[in-house]
Design a protein around this ligand. Sequence first.
Ligand code: FAD
Ligand code: THG
Length: 812
Amino acid sequence: MAGPRVVIIGAGVVGAALADEISARGWTEVTVVDQGPLPATGGSSSHAPGLVFQTNSSKTMTELARYTVEKFCSLDVDGEPCFLQVGGLEVATTPERLAELHRRHGWITAWGVESRLLTADECVKRHPLVNRDRILGGLLVPTDGIAKAVLAVEAQIRRATARGVRFLPRHEVLDVQKADGTVTGVLTDQGEIPADIVVCCAGIWGPKIARMAGMHLPLTPLAHQLAWTGPIPALAGQREEAIRPILRHQDADLYYRDRFDTLGIGSYGHRPMPVPADEIRAFDENDEMPSVLKFTEDDFAPAWTETRSLLPATQDAKIEEGINGLFSFTTDNFPLLGPSPDLKGFWVAEAVWVTHSAGVGRAMAEWLVDGHCSSFDLHECDVNRFEPHQLSPEYVLARDCRNFVEVYDILHPLQPSGDPRPIRTSPFHTRQQEHGAFFLEANGWERPHWYEANAPLVEGRTIPTPNDWAARFWSPVVGAEAQATRETVALYDMTALKRLEVTGPGAAGFLEGLVTGKVAKSVGSVTYTLLLHHDGGIRSDITVARLAPDRFQIGANGNLDLDWLTRHLPADGTVQVRDITPGTCCIGLWGPLAREVLQPLTDEDFSADGLKYFRAQHAYIGTVPVTAMRLSYVGELGWELYTTADQGLKLWDTLWRAARPLGGVIAGRGAFNSLRLEKGYRSFGTDMTYEHDPYEAGLGFAVRLDKGDFIGKAALERRKADVRRRLTCLTIDDPRSVVLGKEPVYDGARAVGHVTSAAYGHTIGKGIAYAWLPTELTAPGTALTIGYFDRRVEAVVAEEPLFDPTMSRLRS
Ligand code: FAD
Ligand code: THG
């Protein structure tokens, strides 16, 4: 069982890790080609100083890093270790940064990696070069350290070679060969290499290689300054390569590592210096480092001044060498992993740091060999996650440069992304502006979070103001809009909800094979159901409306749903899938008075029995043709009303004119999020992801094991009996203690889980936090605490849903 013929392009730290991991799983017909020599190929891995800080707001990114640390700790080359586990220290020089370090401590605790907050004195004890007067405290992760990237490449090459993997240095790939939409091999400057699978691990050259495969890779190589001091007298005689922890001084965009009696200094404080991938040279004999540009000293001057202040011992030293080294940035700071959407057999593993490289190697190997990666939840990393505009060169360049500038910035989870904006606007945009909408962006869509015009609604209501961070990108109007929705009726712009149309004679059968519920029901049925991976993990939660015998409309979560459906289309052409989001729009009309608004506008029967809960039908609302679906993510009577974009504004105006005299309101995402948590409705990607099965996530009701086969069914039969953790509803009595998400949850002193989503429930009058917890701690009444910055917030497990458990509202 040698597996298919695989060619890996690139023997940097990513390609080498993949070769090792894939051969360990029995695929040994593997050839790794690199344009440069081995093991220092001249790519980014050849000059990376190799700092591995595991802390990340993403659980997956921390887990990829943790695996890299564990693996590199076990690797050596002839006794020389591949990892120097000196610990990682981040210091704060401002109160804001100190608070941020507490938040980061929360993340890494939530993800299960040990860390400690240190006083300024403790920081200096750990890293004696640090100027005590400059710092307020720090965060130490003892298992962080320095990856010796070139050694790690060599160690992994040796292991893979021993299993039969072939490494071909000095082979430049000139083309990716294909036939009938499938990859057939690569053409190198030394001839062809046939292959069934080609994986692009070409780092900053990735876009060039991907283009050979007809694929657009949204990454930008940017130069980043790395300098090395000459000998520092205070360090004279240091025999070990590194004894002090790696150090980050994020307030000045700087990081440091030991190298005997010298220091490496990395800076992100300079102007962004993007380089088009096409302009990056190939390797040539006289130029060993094609991924390195000339050091621009002027750009480094502020970094050097700051360094001599933070680390006064460097005042007696000089900068001796420096580079402007290239590596990849992406628009959301996640790597680009997975198969090409168009060319079968072509895969990428791109924009990966040394920090995450071994984890990515393992993830890709599992994905390739097993058809799915079970060790890591890769939904944030999938190369097919992007909306079309997110692939445009202008967008990619602007966002990537911005991410370079913001790399160490303190960013609120709702922090608005900057230019280019706006990109996608719903037909209601001008009305929303007239109402003083406060917009945030999601998938390019401008989404109102609340409307300043609703400010008078706040009067006479009790809307508690949350503490500090939860009060940002927030207004008391959010609470007023939420309450008003439950009292009267509200219009919500649901245009950003991704809509897919599945058509054709094979559509019903096709969908049945992918979803956990029965969707091939009567025309007019709507079903809330799940897409699963083969291992039973949740791929997405969707709604499926049968609008005609051969036509289904899917309410989806993102482009990965489109990708999943497209990938599984039968070859016989009996099913088509289309993204109908652009060109259509949607208004959610919800609240106890929703029927009083809608019924007079239409001839159709919108009574409780005329259009039942979770049914869809066509109707005219005034002049506007709509598809009405009776369901509500906010848990109130009402409908999602879909129409084409051209008539959206007319629909809005028609509804608004009817709703206003009844005391109706226009409401935004802030209210929406609070209401859906009161109702206990999960949000994919935040509350549950690939790593969770439906039973753990409280979505077992959406699974029909008594139906025919569907992807993930066999795995669910196994997983059903073994539920060890649950997505659990917590409430918080203190109205000001609203948390953000991703905080650790403690049982006494022990971290036992993490928060997913949180908001204040303006109807129930309590804070709400959903959290993953071990089953033994999920009994209602269990008292726990949530780590929020430097505080502990008291929370208690509650019976869910918190609002309208009998569904009287929805079914009225
Ligand atoms: P590379 O190492 O660049 O490997 C890609 C390989 O593909 C190259 O060997 C190249 O020769 C080969 N290739 C390309 N085109 C072709 C072709 N046509 N034919 C054949 N072969 C081809 N990360 C950290 O985690 N911590 C750090 O402290 C850190 N510091 C950094 C400091 C600097 C100055 C720089 C530049 C980067 C730093 N990074 C750091 C980032 C890290 O170095 C990279 O993200 C990582 O090395 C990328 O690995 P890779 O294997 O994808 O790419
Ligand atoms: N509307 C539509 N499609 C969607 C969403 C939506 N797809 C993506 C995402 N949102 C899916 N999430 C949910 C979550 C809950 C419900 C609907 C979509 C929901 N649940 C009922 C419940 O749990 O009580 C289902 C009851 C049932 O199965 O009968 O309504 O917002 N179109």
